[in-house]
Design a protein around this ligand. Structure first.
Ligand code: ZN
Ligand code: ZN
Length: 234
């Protein structure tokens, strides 16, 4: 088991780690720190929120699992917004990833996409209003639509938890946008190319964002579209 797998399991099953995960944790100080942060944040958030959050929105990341938590089959917009804010203002802080090479942010984004192929074939939280709210909470004012949102998910990322979004532009280009909070880039942009995937990472909002596509041509188009249509606060 590697650190990424450990994080995924820890986020999904905070209280019931399988044997392999416990074994990894006993050997890996980084993941022990991560587990301690999750446990602490869970308790704090459960106390702060004190409301059930709709299943599928905040996953089980921000709430201790409770029986009967599926109270809000259809959540109010306020609740969506609140949960999104709570999650995005989190920073677990993985100091160990800080020494990454200059292309690491974009490369990590590509690796994330490659490990989640279902993001291209599954419709999930495909809600334009939620997308707008998430962008806003992250610090991105949408000046115009980026296209049709197909998939949104909160994912473990090296720096904590980020939004993973798949959308289709008006031109029909499929693109992934990943919003990663609490990490400041030192450069204006970083690019990477891995296994046919192309990504660019740029500073914005509460941290940075990455755009990932399957061709260099599509990447430059979508990158331009995002730069034109989203105004980032910082
Ligand atoms: Zn580890
Ligand atoms: Zn993801």
């Amino acid at each position: 088991m590697n650190c990424l797998e450990f994080r995924r399991i820890k986020l999904a099953e905070p209280r019931g780690l399988p044997h392999e995960a416990l074994a990894h944790m006993s050997e890996c100080a980084t993941c022990r720190g991560f587990a301690a942060d999750i446990n602490e944040n869970e308790e704090r958030l459960a106390a702060t929120l004190a409301v059930p959050v709709p299943e599928g929105l905040a996953e089980r990341i921000i709430l201790r699992r409770k029986t009967g938590a599926r109270v809000f089959a259809k959540a109010s917009p306020r609740l969506w917004a609140m949960a999104a804010t709570v999650v995005l203002t989190f920073a677990f802080g993985f100091q160990q990833w800080k020494n990454a090479g200059s292309q690491e942010y974009a490369k990590l984004a590509i690796q994330h996409v490659m490990h989640e192929p279902e993001s291209f074939t599954t419709a999930r939280l495909a809600d334009p209003q939620l997308f707008r709210t998430v962008m806003q909470n992250f610090g991105g004012e949408m000046q115009a639509s980026l296209g049709k949102v197909r998939y949104m998910k909160l994912c473990p990322v090296p720096e904590g938890t980020g939004w993973h979004i798949v959308f289709e532009t008006e031109e029909g280009n499929l693109a992934t946008l990943i919003l990663i909070p609490a990490q400041r880039m030192k450069t204006a942009s970083e690019q990477a190319q891995v296994g046919g995937w192309n990504a660019v990472a740029r500073p914005g909002g509460q941290g940075f964002y990455a755009v990932i596509t399957d061709s260099p041509d599509t990447l430059s188009k979508v990158d331009e579209l995002v730069r034109q249509r989203v105004r980032w606060r910082s």
